[in-house]
Ligand binder design. Structure first.
Ligand SMILES: [Mg+2]
Length: 115
């Protein structure tokens, strides 16, 4: 069992115990996910990039970013479950596709150009 499967099952249990499945339609979960991504961005907004990197390694920001990233992951796992996507399998496939698309030797130390 993957860690994602454990999280999926935990979210199923959490949802069922509260009778919240009725609220977990794909659109609502996608909006909740975007909201949590916004909370991650909110923690970093207005900080210069170097300052943000420094603050993320100490409190209170280290704990706060962990909480918000967890919210993102949990909503992502729940959304994938509701739309019947095996997130681990899909992400593994996507990573392999990206590895093929962006050859390591060709793209080392340079960002891909927009096409
Ligand atoms: Mg949050």
């Amino acid at each position: 069992m993957s860690d994602l499967t454990e999280l999926r099952d935990g979210m199923r249990r959490f949802t069922e115990e509260r009778d919240w499945a009725r609220f977990h339609d794909p659109k609502s979960l996608a909006l909740a996910l975007v909201g949590e991504v916004g909370e991650v961005a909110e923690l970093l907004q207005w900080l210069p990039a170097d300052e943000a990197r420094k603050r993320l390694t100490s409190e209170p920001l280290a704990s706060r970013i962990g909480e918000e990233l967890s919210d993102v992951l949990l909503y992502l796992v729940r959304l994938a479950d509701v739309v019947e996507v095996d997130l681990f399998e899909a992400a593994t496939r996507k990573l392999a596709s990206s590895e093929n698309r962006f050859d390591a030797d060709e793209f080392r130390s340079r960002a891909p150009e927009k096409s």
